[in-house]
Design a protein around this ligand. Structure first.
Ligand code: GLC
Length: 800
């Protein structure tokens, strides 16, 4: 069953059946102000932080689901009938009202045809401004003149997600909503910058600032009293919960159209006036929208692929790039699942995200890397979850202690090393190396950066990025357990695998990869001593990897505190694990024969038509030595689900071994595009990877949950581009080394690398999966692809 389709030419996903099983979401805003919205205009908006500076309220995990949002109601003043431009909240009979939602890159359009009226509501946030525009068009498509009214509705937040939900004896009396000269102002009395405005391009015929007045007691957003009555109440009050409703009555002759712009902005009433003036001119609205389109086009143009796989083309050229960018911007803290209240940077997630869109967003990736380096302790482990603001020098201090100001850090935020996640920092080293390879910015290693623990002590001790990297490696090489395998500490990548004093093979393989990347960098820098020191460690880790970590047919997952191996043949539950086996191969730590067997084990024990299971069989018996994972329901999340994030690791691992057929089989299984017509099973949006899909041991097998905010977006992008298509930046050149299915005859990629456009054609006349036979640059045989002058365009032909 399908609910929509990919419109690649417009870079949109079109939902033409809006009664979806769950919300399909999208992200608005690419700078400070942002919103998460769904297919029925539900969602919320914030400025910088969804926790501390929430603009509009959201009732997460509620019934009716995913409300409120940015609603526009239309009312027929002759018969009193009313509807909304998005299907919800009014929820008209879909036999009578035709709805369509178009999710584009940083904008969403809601369309409705009902009873001779076509309406449209386009939501987007112009770049360089902190205002959410609601661009509304209403057209009379019938043959009689119509007498209509339009009403907007949004619910303001008390700025902090907790204050929205608790302690109402305080919060209900600290915010005020008032109307003057066409502008509603929401003010939060206890906060210096606690102002928002809501205005429109017209002189309203009515307004409401008090939520419960507009809606009416016992009514909801489905049937607001003001809309039923056909006029607002003109409510204002210092105190209570507030809304933004502006109302206008108008008539439309047959064929006639009106356009209304609503503006929800950050700032005081006086800040609204210039914005109101600017966007009362439709030319400026259109220009802001075009600018946003151009912004995304530039990003998409940095790499365009044309392969025999339409799903891969669509996702890599548009949606997976978008998802990866969104993750770098919003680092897991804003969705309908993460609804604020848990913000900041997760060390490992951010570290991985930072390497995925280096070609399209190097500056943001760089600043994320710096933030993470500042979140590192001098001991060499990172803070698992932290606010980058904690470690910024010029912190703005409020004149008084407002509950919505990000708290300052003190020593208590520096958790002890046993509380560190053993993998966190190891992800950062390859990301730094990838950053340098993409940009050529070798000076980056010399940049001086502070450390978290010394910073909170008021000490501005700083060292180079390179020194930070060494501290990470030194910490990890020290943290080994009884068998010489890296310790599990609080957890490794799998948050629910809490081995404590036990050991994790995954971390050992990640250490191998980090050491490998680092020695290569040290070599490039000519630091011979470091090359020698870290190569020795590398060899040691390799020996352990192929010794105690090997179980005969696959790699074990770890060893518990009491010395019991897990993820081995003797195990009835959790016998084979995806993460350790993928990374054994992908890191290069595994010997060839073991790597081949491990890949076969992944394919044999973990493959499903919806992607690879994280572990099989699922755990059913709680076991504190293994950790919380044994208390997660079988088939969900970290216990036997198709956890998406490690799936691309296995795809890349298959590429390392030259198994293009397996890589593509794994890619296609997880690829959400391929599930577009089975939404009765998948339920979630087919344009976004989801955190997990229920596994074989669960009744909801095949059902995807938690879109957008997952490392699988970035990793799918990275694996598809770097491993499957094999386009890899290097220190002084570009490498093209694909690993594809034998039946791909040809594919093309246009890639901008350090300002140079490379038009790459890969030919595979003899049906190989890997191996480059001939390379031509601008028609001349070559042994590498050099970095040419910025702005130049070159042709690369690779024959496999
Ligand atoms: C979630 C977390 C991520 C973790 C994964 C597995 O996606 O954000 O950090 O690695 O779960 O536990």
């Amino acid at each position: 069953m399908k609910y929509g389709y990919f419109d690649d030419a417009a870079r949109e996903y079109v939902i033409d059946r809006v009664d979806l099983p769950v919300s399909w979401t999208n992200y608005l805003g690419v700078e400070d102000m942002a919103a998460v919205v769904n297919h029925t205009a539900g969602g919320y908006c914030f400025y910088k932080s969804p926790e501390y500076h929430r603009i509009s309220r959201f009732h997460g995990n509620n019934v009716p689901m995913d409300r409120p949002g940015f609603y526009v109601y239309l009312r027929d003043n002759v018969d009193g009938d009313y509807w909304s431009t998005s299907w919800q909240p009014v929820g008209k009979d879909l036999e009578k009202a035709k709805y369509r939602t178009r999710h584009g890159l940083s904008y969403t359009v809601y369309e409705c045809d009902y009873n001779g009226i076509h309406s449209e509501e386009k939501l987007f946030i112009p770049r360089g401004e902190n205002v959410l525009l609601w661009d509304v068009k209403v057209k009379n498509t019938g043959d009689t003149e119509r007498d209509l009214s339009v009403f907007s509705y949004l619910e303001f937040s008390f700025h902090h997600v907790m204050i929205d939900n608790i302690n109402f004896q305080m919060s209900l009396y600290c915010a005020g909503g008032s109307y003057k000269d066409g502008v509603i102002e929401e003010d939060l009395f206890y906060e210096e910058d606690g102002y928002q405005y809501f205005t429109s391009n017209f002189e309203p015929d009515g307004f409401d600032c008090v939520r419960d007045r507009f809606l009416g007691t016992y009514n909801t957003e489905t049937n607001p009293q003001a809309v039923i009555n056909g006029k607002c109440f003109g409510s204002e009050e210092k105190g209570m919960s507030h809304c933004g409703s502006l109302m206008k009555r108008f008539t439309l002759k047959p064929g006639e159209e009106v356009r209304y712009i609503f503006m929800l902005g950050e700032g005081k009433r006086e800040d609204a006036y210039p914005v109101r003036e600017k966007y009362s001119d439709f030319k400026n609205v259109d220009a802001a929208y075009e600018d946003l389109k151009a912004y995304w086009k530039r990003k998409a143009d940095a790499m365009v692929i044309d392969t025999p796989n339409p799903g891969m083309n669509s996702l890599i050229n548009i949606w997976t790039l978008y998802q990866s960018e969104i993750n770098v911007m919003f680092s897991r803290f804003a969705s309908f699942i993460e609804v604020g209240g848990r913000v900041g940077l997760g060390y490992r997630d951010t570290a991985q995200d930072a390497m995925t869109v280096l070609h399209s967003n190097p500056d943001k990736c760089r600043s994320r890397i710096i933030e993470l380096l500042k979140g590192l302790t001098t001991r060499g482990y990172g803070l698992h979850l932290f606010q980058p603001e904690w470690f910024e020098k010029e912190e703005k201090t409020a004149g008084f202690d407002s509950p919505t100001v990000v708290p300052k850090a003190d020593k208590s935020v520096i958790h002890p090393e046993e509380q560190a996640c053993s993998d966190d920092c190891l992800w950062l080293i390859p990301s730094i190396v990838e950053y340098i390879k993409e940009t050529g910015d070798m000076d980056f290693v010399r940049e001086q950066v502070t450390y978290a623990d010394t910073f909170v002590e008021g000490n501005d001790f700083a060292e180079s990025v390179y020194d930070h990297m060494k501290r990470i490696l030194d910490f990890s090489t020290e943290q080994v357990g009884a068998n010489g395998i890296c310790k599990g500490l609080r957890a490794d990548w799998n948050d629910c695998l809490n081995l404590g004093g036990g050991e994790s093979t995954l971390v050992t393989f990640l250490l191998y990869r980090a050491l490998d990347c680092f020695t290569e960098l040290a070599d490039e820098l000519g630091n011979k001593e470091d090359v020698a020191k870290y190569t020795e460690l590398l060899d040691k880790v390799r020996e352990i990897s192929n010794g105690i970590c090997w179980d005969g047919d696959w790699f074990i997952r770890g060893v518990t505190k009491s010395g019991r191996k897990i993820g081995c043949k003797e195990d009835e539950e959790g016998r084979v694990h995806l993460e350790s086996n993928s990374w054994a191969i992908l890191s290069g730590a595994a010997d060839r024969d073991k790597a081949e067997k491990a890949l076969d084990a992944i394919d044999k024990y973990l493959f499903t038509p919806y992607g690879l299971l994280l572990n099989a069989p699922s755990y059913t018996k709680p076991d504190p030595e293994i950790g919380f994972v044994t208390r997660v329901y079988p088939g969900l999340k970290e216990n036997g689900a198709i956890f998406s994030h490690p799936n691309p690791w296995a795809q890349a691992a298959a590429c390392v071994l030259g198994r293009g057929d397996i890589a593509m089989k794994f890619y296609n299984a997880l690829c959400p595009y391929n599930q577009n017509d089975m939404i009765e099973i998948r339920e979630s949006e087919p344009y976004s990877y989801c955190q997990f899909i229920a596994g074989v041991d669960h009744t909801a097998y095949g059902r995807a949950r938690h879109p957008f905010m997952t490392g699988s977006g970035g990793w799918s992008y990275f694996t598809a581009t770097h491993y499957i298509l094999g386009i890899r930046p290097d220190y002084t050149s570009l490498t093209v080394d694909p690993c594809i299915p034998a039946d791909w005859k040809e594919f093309r990629v246009s890639r901008i690398f350090r300002g140079v456009t490379y038009n790459i054609t890969v030919k595979n006349p003899d049906g190989h999966m890997k191996g480059v036979k001939r390379l031509e640059v601008d028609g001349i045989p070559a042994d590498k692809i050099p970095v040419f002058e910025r702005g130049s365009v070159h042709c690369v032909t690779v024959t496999m």
